[in-house]
Design a protein around this ligand. Sequence first.
Ligand code: TRP
Length: 470
Amino acid sequence: MTDKRRSIHGSWSSRLAFVLAATGSAVGLGNIWKFPYITGEHGGGAFVIVYLVCIAIIGIPIMMAEVMLGRRGRQSPINTMLTLAREAGADARWSWLGWSGVAAGFLILSYYSVIAGWALAYVFRAMSGTFSGATAEGVSSVFEQLTGDPERLLAWHTIFMVMTMMVVARGVRGGLEQAVRFLVPALFVLLLLLDGYAMASGAFDQGLKFLFTPDFTRIDANGVLIAMGHAFFTLSLGMGAIMVYGSYLPERASIAKTSIIIAVLDTVVALLAGMAIFPIVFANGLEPGAGPGLIFQTLPIAFGHMTGGLVFGTLFFVLLVFAAWTSSISLIEPAVAWLVENRGVTRVHASMYAGITAWAFGLLSILSFNRWADFKPLSFIPIFADATVFKLLDYLTANIMLPLGGLCIAIFSVWVMKRDDSLQELDIGDGAGYRLWYTLVRYVTPVAVIIVFLNVTGLVDFSGLLGLAE
Ligand code: TRP
């Protein structure tokens, strides 16, 4: 019976199309904007190591689990969880996992679109030669002018959200597959070019050393949670995005192989971005912990000084927008699929409802960068002393909701679902590969997530044991 379940939303044209779409979802602002700045804020090398370990032992197994559940359920995450829970004789409340994913998707998209709006604005700044010969101060003031102006941010945010709604409205195959086919290779080429520039910047060694020499006294419990949260964020895990993409995956495509390919591509993009950015940071005496503006305050310096910088700079921000675009659509796809399934609306209407909801939440982030810049609602908690609403939204979603979602996905896949079912769906045989996945998802992932959570709350203190900073 399960073999005959089909998605009412259509399916990818091939396994390659799925890889491209999932890679498009994974590779985004998380890799190029977020990874460098959080690495900078948390001391570099040690943070990178924790992040890489999380990708390997948590990210890849959870990605396989999400794709597996999606392909078996063949519906929106909410209905997939409901169907699979019934099939396993478990509580229908497992569908709440789908709901919390929908909520996380709205919240993430709300600020993701604001940052993508910055990238859009920068396409035009780069194109008009704003950065030619620019100094670090000049570039910073361009950035501050943009983020200080709520109307301008709102305009770009609105444009990006409309772009997102348009693609989602067109459905699974329309346009998206083509876009990603071009995007990922082009992004690689441009990042390599930037790395080439960084190599000549005079501080390449220092940049590499910062990224790859771990000093565990520079990362604390909160930094470990942020590294783990980012592993979920960058791979689009823990909220059903990859699950819903998996529900469109043709039978007989290897879930293990595709998951590994996606995770490797995603990681390479992030590392290439870091290797381009930190040398420029150090060569110009900038602050690695500058925060969310980091790439917007460093890369333009490179573009302002290299030959062909006008063209490459423009192209870079265009690609960044595309990377964000192929990610943002996956953030509302779970909600859209559910609206179509349960409310009987068309995809076009569903995309509009979902997009407008996320757009409205976006106003919170926009104001965080200007009018509300001094509004720190949770400043009584030490780790949130400096956190604006934007930062809290990011923290809540990436570091709490996604890992919790991942934990539930892990528990469901191996403690609730029948072993025979996951074995059949993953289709990697009963050998070492399957057993490794099973062990990781059954024990390693849940234990790791719980330890990191407990450690950050201070209820249990593992920091000394791990040699971390206090
Ligand atoms: N992975 C994307 C990035 O790194 C962001 C993203 C898209 C995402 N879909 C998601 C994050 C689902 C969490 C969950 O930019």
